[in-house]
Design a protein around this ligand. Structure first.
Ligand code: BG6
Length: 498
């Protein structure tokens, strides 16, 4: 393969996201040999720091079990540059640093080829591990100094890509404003809006599972499916992230993006091909068929102290007396022929009894039974995204033995058992590699983002106006007390299954 000379700039290099996610993902790619030998990774932030101080920070964020030789090899590629996000000084400096390195590489290449012309290819990946309020100024600064790129660019710059982290806006309107501003600076092919749920193994498995198995297509509709639940639970609270979290709340933090993306993959029609735009076209289509979530179809919660853990309002980074929701159970419908009438229940909460992200597709009870009551023995396809990735289908079988007795069992694909020797890569690792390869399939397109905001915005506005009551629940509990009944009122039957 043609080799590329790659510069990665991590904006916000001194922050938490860079330390916990970006650098560890880059390290993992490096240690597995997925990054080119000609590589520089420049950390950029406002604070003043030496290269060594940044390297110490990065190292502190890497897994303890990392190979020390690989770690030091990786760190030699990492340097630091301090500069501001507004004004042009920082970007001019950054640009000359990038150019100097690229020129040096071209000269080395020419020397190695003993004067023969070589076609240097340079890629620049800008990772914005920053609050979105800074995006317009950063993108303006960046684009001003990247004048020409593309396969024929004179300076050999083959591509320029910008990875951005959510939240992309606050509601439909502000998201559109941001998209508009960025759209004037960068075209869609340069923008990689990251939603790390799209990088998770079982989320990436959804399309194969659905469209490479005839057994799945047959029952994947309102004719057999009673209800679908997507549940996200975390067993920890805001933990010092209260300042960020309180501005956004649980619906913006995980439902509008991560869980809506999972829902789109579960419910979209088969794409024309696996081309990124074909896949995203189908996602947009199904999201546009989703009904906006009605405030009356939502239960909100906020955690209080429990099980020896502090409540939301006791987090010093949370504003006093905040009414922000840390839990939401919501319901929507998809108005198309396949899904008409099926409730899609989305639940997400922090400070609950466990960490779990799971999809449950529950089938209808068979129309008649010659085996007695089957009403609480429904088939259910369970897709456990984390932890302990698994796919299983709950089935009714004969209990082995002399008597004819039925019981619930399962067809089970549990990854840690089936794929013992495979270490599942982290979501960020895959997505950064996709970006380097120029594959946008698992990044959110602008029209997709708009459609997803349209589903959530009426609810968000009602919440902001204080029109949705807030139930309290204890840290470490299963969430607001009214949720179980609400879920069963929406058709979900808890099966006799252990
Ligand atoms: C982030 C949210 O996008 O996703 C966090 O901002 C949340 O609040 C996190 O904790 C969950 O990601 P994961 O991969 O740990 O499930």
């Amino acid at each position: 393969a043609e080799s590329i000379q790659l510069s990665i700039v991590v904006f916000g290099a001194s922050g938490d996201l860079a330390k916990k996610k970006t650098y560890p993902a880059l390290y993992a790619l490096y240690s597995k040999g997925f990054l080119p030998a000609d590589l520089q990774i420049i950390g950029y932030a406002r604070s003043s720091m030496t290269d060594q101080q940044l390297r110490d920070r990065i190292q502190a964020g890497l897994p303890k079990s990392s190979d020390p030789d690989k770690v030091s090899g990786f760190l030699t590629h990492c340097t630091y540059m301090s500069g501001s996000y507004n004004g042009s000084d920082g970007y001019i400096q950054l640009s000359s640093k990038l150019e100097a390195w690229e020129k040096g590489k071209s000269a080395q290449g020419a020397a190695a080829a003993s004067g023969r012309m070589t076609s240097a290819r340079f890629g620049r990946l800008m990772y914005l591990a920053l609050p979105p309020t800074t995006y317009p100024e950063v993108c303006a600064g960046l684009t001003e100094f990247v004048k020409e790129y593309g396969p024929h660019a004179e300076n050999g710059l083959s591509w320029f890509r910008v990875i951005m982290e959510k939240p992309f806006g606050f509601d439909l309107e502000t998201s559109e404003e941001l998209a508009q501003t960025l759209g004037e600076l960068l075209s869609e092919e340069h923008i990689y809006r990251i939603d790390h749920y799209l990088g998770k193994e079982l989320v990436q498995n959804l399309l194969i599972l659905r469209f490479a198995n005839s057994i799945m297509g047959a029952w994947w509709s309102r004719h057999y499916i009673s209800n679908v639940q997507i549940t996200f639970k975390e067993d920890f609270g805001t933990q010092g992230r209260g300042g960020y979290f309180d501005q956004y709340g649980i619906v913006r933090d995980v439902i509008q993006n991560h869980l809506m993306q999972v829902l789109a993959l579960l419910t979209m029609e088969a794409p024309v091909s696996m081309h990124p735009d074909d896949v995203r076209d189908e996602k947009v289509k199904v999201i546009r068929c989703m009904t906006p979530i009605r405030p009356e179809d939502c239960i909100l919660g906020q955690y209080v102290a429990g099980n020896g853990q502090a409540g939301y309002l006791e987090d010093p980074t949370v504003p006093k007396g905040s009414k922000q929701a840390t839990y939401a159970a919501t319901k929507l419908y998809i108005r198309n022929e396949r899904w008409e009438g099926v409730p899609f229940i989305i639940k997400a909460g922090k400070a609950l009894n466990e960490r779990l992200a799971v999809v449950r597709v529950q089938l209808k009870t068979p129309p008649l039974s010659i085996f007695g009551d089957l009403s609480n023995m429904r088939n259910e396809l369970v897709i456990k995204m984390q932890p302990g990735e698994a796919i299983y289908i709950k089935m009714v079988v004969k209990k082995p033995g002399l008597e004819i007795e039925k019981e619930m069992s399962e067809l089970d694909l549990t990854y840690p058992e089936r794929y013992k020797d495979i270490v599942i890569p982290d979501a960020y690792e895959r997505l950064i590699l996709d970006c380097i390869r120029g594959d946008q399939q698992h990044f959110v397109r602008r029209d997709e983002l708009r459609a997803a905001w349209a589903v959530c915005t009426p609810l968000l506005h009602a919440i902001d106006r204080g029109q949705v009551p807030l139930e309290l629940y204890e840290h470490g509990s299963r969430g607001p007390a009214s949720v179980d009944k609400w879920t069963s009122d929406n058709g979900y039957i808890k099966t006799d299954y252990v």
